[in-house]
Design a binder for this molecule. Structure first.
Ligand SMILES: Nc1ncnc2c1ncn2[C@@H]1O[C@H](COP(=O)(O)OP(=O)(O)OP(=O)(O)O)[C@@H](O)[C@H]1O
Length: 297
C-alpha cells in the first residue's frame, strides 16, 4: 500500500540490557512530514536504524511502502541522512554526488542536488576536508540524490549555522511540497513545531504524544493568563473558574488555567486589571510535561 510510507507495529529493540525502543507503533502517511521529537536517549536513532533495516527489531514489525525495508531501499525509494556517516576517502563532493546518483534508478540532476544542499561552490572540494556543517550538507546531498519517496533524517541540522539551517529547511519544504514523505528526528522543539505536519513525541522508547504540533502543545493543558492587579485584591484569584495555580510577583499575576475563556470572563466581571495577556502552552511545556516523570517536575 503506497499511501502508507512507514508502518512500525509493536517495535522493540534493545542495546544489551537497555530497552531503547519499547513497543512503538507508528504509521506515517505518504506525503507527510513527521518529526520524531525526544530528549537525548529517547530512542530516535535506534528507531530510525530499525526502520531503515540497518538493525533488526527484537520484536514487532517494520514495513516501508508495504514491504520490507530492504526492498524499498533497493528500489531507490528511501534516502537517509544518518548522524556522523563517513565519506569515501579522497572523493570530491561532486564525485560523491555522482556515486550516489549512479546507485539510484531515477536520480535527481546533479546540479539540482548541489543547489538544494547548498554545495554548488564546494563541488570540487574533497569531502573529507569539509567543515562539520558542510559535511552535514554533503550527507543531505547523498540522501537526496536518488529523489527518494521517503527521506529519513536523523538530527539533520546538528552542526549547521543559522543560515545553513534556514537553507536546509527551505530545501526540505520544497522537497515535501513535491509530495515526498519526510521523517526527521530532532530534540529541537521549534524545528518540530515549524517544519512538521505531525509530531511524535518519544520518551524512553515509547510514543507519549502524537498529533499536529498544536495538538501536542495542547496536551500540556494549561494556558496562562497574566495581568497587573492595578490595586485589586489577590484574595479569591485561586477560586476563579478553571484556575490551576496562582503566582504573584509585585503587581503582576500569572494564573494557569484549564479554560482561559472561563477564567478571563470571570476576571472581567468584578475586578479591575491591566495589561491582560493570554498565552497558549508552548511545545516546550508539552515536551517537559510529557517526557519528565511527574515527581521530577
Ligand atoms: N550501541 C549502544 N550500546 C548500548 N546502548 C545504546 C547503544 N546505542 C544506544 N544506546 C542506548 O539506547 C537508548 C536510546 O538511544 P538512541 O541513540 O536511540 O536515542 P536518541 O533519541 O537518538 O538520542 P540522541 O538524541 O542523544 O541521539 C539510550 O539509552 C542509549 O544510551
Amino acid at each position: 500500500m503506497d499511501d502508507i510510507a512507514v508502518r512500525l507495529a509493536g517495535l522493540t529493540r534493545h542495546h544489551g540490557p537497555v530497552r531503547a525502543v519499547d513497543g512503538l507503533d507508528l504509521t506515517v502517511e505518504a506525503g507527510s512530514t513527521v518529526a520524531l521529537l525526544g530528549p537525548n536517549g529517547a530512542g530516535k536513532t535506534t528507531t530510525i536504524s530499525v526502520l531503515l533495516g540497518l538493525s533488526p527489531p527484537d520484536s514487532g514489525s517494520v514495513s516501508l511502502f508495504g514491504g520490507p525495508p530492504a526492498d524499498a531501499v533497493r528500489a531507490g525509494r528511501v534516502g537517509a541522512m544518518l548522524q556522523g556517516a563517513g565519506f569515501v576517502g579522497g572523493a570530491t563532493v561532486r564525485e560523491l554526488v555522482d556515486l550516489a546518483r549512479a546507485l539510484c534508478p531515477r536520480p535527481l540532476d546533479a546540479a539540482r542536488i548541489l543547489d538544494l544542499a547548498g554545495l554548488t561552490g564546494l563541488a570540487g572540494r574533497r569531502a573529507d576536508r569539509l567543515s562539520g556543517g558542510e559535511a552535514q550538507r554533503a550527507r543531505f546531498a547523498f540522501a537526496l540524490a536518488g529523489q527518494p519517496d521517503l527521506l529519513v533524517l536523523d538530527e539533520p541540522t546538528t552542526g549547521l549555522d543559522v543560515d545553513a539551517r534556514r537553507a536546509f529547511w527551505t530545501a526540505i519544504r520544497r522537497y515535501a511540497e513535491d509530495g515526498h514523505t519526510v521523517l526527521f528526528s530532532t530534540h529541537q522543539l521549534h524545528e518540530a513545531d515549524e517544519y512538521a505536519d505531525r509530531v511524535v513525541l518519544l520518551s524512553a522508547g515509547r510514543s507519549v504524544a502524537d498529533g499536529t504540533p498544536a495538538q501536542v502543545r495542547a496536551l500540556a493543558g494549561a494556558h496562562t493568563v497574566a495581568f497587573d492587579l492595578a490595586g485589586g485584591p489577590v484574595e479569591g484569584l485561586d477560586r476563579l473558574p478553571a484556575v490551576r495555580s496562582v503566582r504573584v510577583s509585585g503587581d503582576r499575576v500569572v494564573l494557569t488555567t484549564e479554560d482561559a475563556d472561563a477564567t478571563v470572563l470571570a476576571l472581567a466581571t468584578g475586578r479591575g486589571f491591566r495589561r491582560l495577556e493570554v498565552a497558549a502552552p508552548g511545545l516546550e511545556a508539552a515536551f517537559h510535561a510529557l517526557t519528565t516523570p511527574s515527581k521530577e517536575r
